[in-house]
Design a protein around this ligand. Structure first.
Ligand code: IVH
Length: 678
């Protein structure tokens, strides 16, 4: 921190900011790198909030490596090129133990070695390679592999990845290297991938085919806010140029990366002799289905850097390593039928219904055929025997039909002219591959529209999923969004599987959803291409729904990170009279926005910070914390000079003593409640 800049800032604030940053960095490391958090999410959030508040108050204290500075401004239309000091090579593939043994023989022959070679063994992550440059411990540049010699500057996006420390830790006495180029694989965990695809489908966007594509697409976003909303992860597996340090082995490099706080794969191992490497591969293959991420094989690397140097590299790949790849899980089955699935935005997707078959340990009976062009290109017919493929968890894919097995009874697929559900004439925009049902009230569209509106990131109406939406529509109770707010107890108990209690729960959830925020409301409307991030930006820029309804394409697309297609879609949506009516009716039900920006009323605990210790007589700790936050105050996990009050219950801990020592007012639950009521 610059002394000259912080002249008028109390030294206690400077110390507190430094303390908060190092605590947050430490908890980030425990959570994202070691996967072993020590504090609750709520406590972590409280630390972040306190740091943000202090930085807002004293902007001079903000440094680029502060944990609050992960999401920066969008880059202009292109990523800048970044040359790699040491080329980023790729790996030769092997698919069988024989090929791996042949690799080992080549290595030993080249080195004139008769004894066993020591290898490092690593899972081969199925993501994309990046290089992270740390200068004196600070993350300064991150780039993609590109053509191996020059990559693209994706620093702003990599900064949003929580597992990438913005500042390294220094485990030793020597200073951190002036320059450290760490290399590794960016990937998306399967759970996050599934959630992302669900969200995309809810938003009317095409799902990603696999986690690799999702990771690559997320990393190459011009707007880091979009990348920040996509949960990416990383494992580091090597180094480019490193100053002030020398290493003897790959194992030492990995240990060093780990020691400075970078994330490495815990499944990495070392062995002597190629047969042990093959055993490792089999072991990893057996674990594959249960891993939280996708791998496509193992990597076998000569451990000694001296031997690596002697072996050298060919044009694109080193002679000292090989990728031992898994065969993609494939199976043969028959297409019983090709049906059409209708999405929320009306997109009509052909889906193959197949005889159930096991692929890579999972029974599969459906596969998306994407669109008519794709079906034509692969010449897939109803009744065909087909090869299907599944890589890890990914949506199964029809690779190709087995033409030699055809008996003449197969039927070519033709996209019908009308919607199979409501009979509306299907439409297709010039240049687009998808056909759409234009009828907004078409049953499956309506179901998805209602359940999207009610989903967690939208209006968050617990209990109103697709099943209940179907019931409500079938019962004629809901035909459009505002109808949700007119539902009564009588309506609900008249439906199957609804008792008094579940009906009341749903009514309560509906009532609660009226207290929302503008971005949630915008997102809930289900405007095509309008995701959560864009909804947030729209709300921030315009501040009110009325202004958004009147905004033009130019004004919207001028907001950083909002494309013209999205702007068009928003303007068109609000221009339609029935949509205007929907919004008006929704607002008439009493939906209110409690956005921070539009919130001007002074809150009772504004500017105050609280620490809780001991068990409170009536309130749960989580409830008390929520109350503080709702009332505009902050909850801290530790007592400091800046703490306004310590709320002490029974058996208070060391925080109580500390508060006494620092002279911080200590209050009871009752006094706390009085404070809030004021
Ligand atoms: S080492 C010269 N180690 O595989 C060494 N690569 O086909 C080059 N990959 O571009 C890379 N896991 O994206 C290495 N443990 C691992 C890896 C790994 C995944 C990827 C990486 C690379 C590609 C090479």
């Amino acid at each position: 921190m610059q002394g000259s800049n912080s002249k008028n800032i109390p030294s206690s604030v400077i110390r507190r900011v430094e303390k908060l940053r190092s605590e947050i960095n430490h908890h980030n490391y425990l959570y994202y790198v070691l996967d072993n958090p020590e504090i609750s999410d709520a406590d972590y959030d409280a630390l972040m909030r306190e740091l943000k508040a202090l930085e807002e108050q004293y902007p001079e204290l903000i440094t680029p490596d502060s944990p609050t500075q992960r999401v920066g401004a969008p880059v202009s239309e292109k990523f800048a090129p970044v040359p790699h000091a040491v080329p980023m090579l790729s790996l030769d593939d092997a698919f069988s133990p024989e090929e791996v043994i042949a690799f080992d023989q080549r290595v030993r022959k080249f080195l004139n070695h008769t004894h066993d070679i020591t290898y490092m063994l690593e899972p081969k992550m199925d993501g994309l390679a990046v290089e992270l440059i740390y200068e004196n411990g600070v993350f300064t540049t991150g780039s993609t592999r590109g053509d191996g010699f020059t990559g693209e500057d994706v620093t702003a996006n990599l900064r949003t990845v929580r597992a990438i420390p913005l500042r390294l830790v220094n485990p030793g006495k020597d200073p951190l290297p002036e320059r450290l180029e760490a290399r590794g694989e960016i990937f998306m965990n399967l759970k996050d991938f599934r959630e992302l695809n669900k969200r995309r489908e809810a938003e009317g966007q095409p799902p990603f085919a696999n986690p690799r594509n999702a990771a690559a697409g997320s990393l190459r976003q011009l707007d880091p806010a979009v990348t920040a909303s996509r949960p990416l992860d990383i494992f580091l597996y090597g180094a480019g140029r490193v100053t002030d340090r020398t290493f003897k082995t790959q194992e030492e490099i990995l240990a060093y990366l780990r020691s400075v706080g970078l994330k490495t794969n815990p499944l990495i191992d070392r062995c002597r002799g190629i047969h042990r490497a093959i055993e490792y591969h089999d072991r990893i293959a057996a674990m594959r289905a249960n891993l939280p991420y996708e791998i496509d094989g193992t990597v076998i690397k000569v451990n000694s850097l001296e031997l690596q140097g002697q072996l050298g590299a060919k044009a694109r790949s080193p002679r000292w390593a090989i990728a031992f790849k898994f065969q993609a899980a494939r199976a043969i089955t028959r297409i019983k039928d090709i049906i059409l699935s209708i999405g929320r935005t009306g997109a009509v997707t052909p889906v193959a219904i197949m005889e159930p078959v096991k692929v890579g340990g999972v029974v599969v009976s459906r596969a998306t055929l994407h669109n008519q062009d794709e079906i034509r290109r692969k010449d897939i017919r109803k009744g065909d025997w087909v090869i299907i493929q599944r890589a890890g968890d990914v949506i199964p894919e029809v690779v190709k039909p087995l033409e030699e097995r055809r008996d003449g009874n197969e039927e070519k697929f033709e996209m019908p002219a009308t919607c199979p559900v409501c009979g509306s004439k299907l439409v297709r925009k010039p240049g687009e591959a998808v056909w759409r049902c234009p009828n907004p009230e078409c049953f499956p569209r309506l179901v998805k529209k209602i359940s999207h509106f009610a989903s967690k990131s939208a209006m968050d109406i617990d209990g109103l999923g697709p099943k209940v939406a179907e019931q409500l529509i079938n019962a004629g109770l809901v035909r459009d969004l505002p109808d949700i707010y007119a539902l009564t107890m009588d309506d609900l108990v008249s439906m199957e599987r609804f008792g008094q209690k579940s009906a009341q729960n749903l009514l309560d959830a509906i009532e609660k959803s009226k207290d929302t925020t503008l971005p949630r409301f915008l997102y809930a409307l289900g405007i095509r291409h309008l995701g959560e991030v864009a909804a947030q930006k729209l709300a921030e820029h315009f501040g009110s729904i009325e202004k958004i309804m009147q905004a033009g394409i130019e004004e919207i697309s001028a907001i950083h990170g909002m494309g013209e297609e999205l702007a068009r879609s928003i303007v068109k949506w609000f221009q339609e009279e029935k949509n205007q009516t929907t919004v008006r009716k929704l607002l008439e039900t009493g939906i209110r926005f409690k956005d921070r920006k539009t919130d001007t009323g002074e809150k009772p605990l504004q500017g105050l910070s609280f620490v809780f210790t001991g068990s409170l007589p009536t309130l749960k700790r989580s409830r008390a914390k929520a109350m503080v936050q709702e009332a505009g105050g902050r909850v801290l996990s530790a007592v400091s000079r800046n703490t306004s009050y310590v709320v002490a219950g029974e058996n208070p801990g060391s925080k109580f003593e500390k508060a006494k020592k620092l002279g911080i007012p200590i209050i009871s639950e009752e006094e706390f409640l009085n404070l809030i009521r004021k």
